[in-house]
Design a protein around this ligand. Structure first.
Ligand code: ADP
Ligand code: ZN
Length: 637
């Protein structure tokens, strides 16, 4: 993400071009209809009819043209005159003929071919060119920011439009941005890694002395919204050096060669301002593997080649450090990641529990919050959220407080805003029949009950059957118990699948029929079961053999199969078997606890939203539940 503080003010090239053409057309119209005719008018002298008659008699007329409402004529010296028509003067033509005047039809047009040419052709073109220069100069100034303007010269090309191909990278000086490592919560490993770069920028001599060279490029990889852009800015902020930022997609233009020239330009500017940071966001837009597939993109390849050339072109100790961010490192061209280019890779992962708590606190400083908010609890509920999502959650909480007319945000605001960010806003007047509402109640209690009755499954935090704008008719929010939960056992994964099937199982038991409400559960259960078999080696048949490889780690985790067709068929069979087994287990748990299922579902039906404590209270009323429960938080719509 690229936050430019003056991005709204800059004119886009397209808008300026339209403006340019509009003004040009306007000027040509004015020239043609007002200026040129009036210049011509001035050259024609108006005389009275008597003068005309006298001149005819004195044989002073050289050419004459009798028009509908006027007579235009010239004397022997080439001056042009005009006079009105006299209806009575019938012998006029004869007299003119006798005086030796030539009858002409285009006195005015003939007047001066050279002047005509200048007026009609050259003037508009000159106006065009001047206007083009003026506009592109204005644009350059706007793009180079308020205070700094560089690389603005050299307008070439037609109409001085060469300026449009210039790099749009701007300089951010530390004092204006002011982002520091302390503003980036969590991400300690990444910060540690980047600290070295900061130290180098502070004191390059120390490194030169011993002969060590800094990496030219550092690649920040991680899912969207984890603070990659922030970290890059913080490096510049800490080192107090200029920060050039540009998004990979900005390089790829309509015209071949434009991107390459932008890269050249960017590096020329950076070298001037060294030491400095050059940040290229979404580098995968230009840095994709160059392959031999049919759909090649010349522009992208040229841009990438130029980038590689530029990176080779400067010595590693000249003070220009290139940071680049991507969320698909695997798609980058190997030439880009080889030593000497982006040879260092800094992972910027989704924050863990502690990280989430810290990020919430950092952002909560910007709003007014009640003193008793338990950030740890909020962070637990927001399992799997990225930094950007957490920032959004805090803002939503503040918005909610304003809506309710309070002066500060409470913990309830945070809880509600997590649900808003994850599941969308409450649908206030969604139409659900009472039967549907009952089905959803059973479905959600089914999930929760199966989760609670299984060992190692997380206790629920909240169950609700209020529909959300995301399409969820209700959901069960489970809470992650400890933040240091990195490994998942086979048993835990199986239990998770059982929990996912719990909703449908409850519908079957209570109503004997099934609904479409479980589609998301089915998807998730299938994905989990598949991963267990093909990637985690958790089935007896395939031992520790990978049947699938993940190709898109940070964006949804797409997989590609790497096995024969027969194995594929076997995998499909195994996946079905596994899910069926867990579904069976869930059904059994619910059947064994049918009275509780009924009691809880009725309670939820009436209350619409119940907390984890209420759920546990009812569940434990006569029986006791002592299982220690932990697991990963999840939402089961
Ligand atoms: P990325 O470049 O990884 O997509 P950004 O750096 O643009 O993500 O982050 C987007 C926003 O998310 C930031 O402006 C900030 O408000 C918030 N954010 C993300 N990560 C963090 C973090 N670790 N600490 C504080 N805020 C964060
Ligand atoms: Zn469900």
């Amino acid at each position: 993400m690229n936050t430019n503080n003056n991005s709204n003010k800059k004119p886009s090239p397209e808008r300026s071009m339209t403006l340019f053409y509009l003004i040009a057309i306007l000027i040509i119209l004015i020239l043609n209809f007002m200026v040129i005719p009036s210049i011509q008018e001035r050259r024609i002298r108006n005389v009275d009819y008597g003068t005309f008659m006298n001149m005819t008699n004195d044989k002073e007329i050289s050419q004459v043209e009798i028009q509908d409402n006027q007579i235009v004529f010239t004397d022997k010296n080439g001056n042009i005159y005009r006079t009105g028509i006299m209806e009575e003067d019938s012998g006029l033509v004869e007299r003119l003929y006798n005086s030796g005047a030539k009858f002409s039809t285009e006195i005015v047009e003939q007047a001066s071919p050279l002047l005509e040419f200048l007026l009609y052709w050259l003037l508009p073109i000159i106006v065009f060119i001047l206007l083009g220069r003026w506009i592109s100069k204005k644009m350059m100034n706007a793009m180079n920011g308020d205070s700094m303007s560089f690389g603005g010269g050299g307008f070439g090309g037609i109409g001085g439009m060469g300026g449009f191909g210039k790099s749009k990278a701007r300089v951010y000086v530390q004092s204006t941005e002011g982002i520091h490592f302390s503003d980036v919560a969590g991400e300690d490993e990444a910060k540690e890694n980047l600290q070295e770069i900061v130290e180098y920028l502070h004191n390059p001599g120390k490194y030169k002395e011993i002969g060590a060279s800094m990496p030219k490029g550092v690649l920040l990889v991680g899912p969207p919204g984890t603070g990659k852009t922030m970290l890059a800015k913080a490096v510049a902020g800490e080192a107090n050096v200029p920060f050039f930022s540009m998004s990979g997609s900005e390089f790829v233009e309509m015209f071949v060669g434009m991107g390459a020239s932008k890269v050249r330009d960017l590096f020329a500017q950076a070298k001037e301002k060294a030491p400095c940071i050059v940040f290229i966001d979404e580098i995968d837009a230009i840095g994709k593997k160059r392959d031999t597939s049919l759909s090649t993109n010349d522009e992208r390849e040229q841009t990438l080649n130029q980038l590689l050339t530029e990176m080779d072109g400067f010595e590693s100790n000249n003070g220009v450090i290139i940071l680049a961010a991507t969320n698909r490192p695997e798609s980058l061209d190997p030439a880009l990641t080889r030593p000497g280019r982006f040879d260092r890779r800094v992972p910027v992962e989704l924050p863990d529990l502690k990280g989430r708590e810290d990020i919430l606190k950092v952002h909560a400083k910007k709003i007014k919050v009640a003193s008793d908010v338990d950030y740890n609890k909020v962070a637990r509920m927001a399992a799997g959220a990225s930094g950007a999502e957490l920032a959004n959650i805090v803002n939503e909480a503040a918005l909610r407080a304003v809506r309710d007319g309070r002066r500060f945000a409470t913990e309830a605001d945070f809880e509600e805003s997590i649900e808003v960010v994850i599941a969308g806003y409450q649908k206030k007047n969604a139409i659900m029949t009472t039967k549907e509402k009952l089905i959803v109640s059973y479905h959600e209690i089914g999930h929760a009950l199966v989760a609670a009755k299984q060992k190692n499954s997380a206790p629920v935090q909240k169950i609700t059957i209020i529909p959300r704008t995301s399409g969820a008719l209700g959901y069960t929010m489970q809470v992650e118990d400890d933040g240091n939960h990195v490994l998942m056992s086979k048993e835990e994964m199986e239990n998770k699948i059982a929990t996912l099937t719990g909703g449908r199982a409850a519908e079957e038991i209570e109503f004997g029929s099934i609904t479409t409400g479980a589609s998301n559960d089915i998807e998730q259960a299938t994905r989990l079961a598949r991963a267990m078999i093909t990637r985690y080696g958790m089935s007896d048949d395939f031992d520790m053999v990978a049947m699938e490889t993940v190709t898109n780690q940070y964006l949804g985790g797409d997989t590609t199969l790497a096995c024969s067709a027969e194995t594929q068929a076997l995998i499909d069979k195994k996946v079905v078997e596994l899910v069926r087994r867990e579904h069976e287990k869930a059904r059994k748990i619910l059947q064994d606890n049918k009275p509780k299922l009924d009691e809880l579902a009725k309670y939820l039906y009436e209350k619409e939203t119940i907390t984890g404590e209420e759920f546990m209270d009812i569940l434990n009323r006569n029986s006791s539940l002592t299982d220690s429960m932990q697991g990963q938080a999840q939402l089961n719509p």
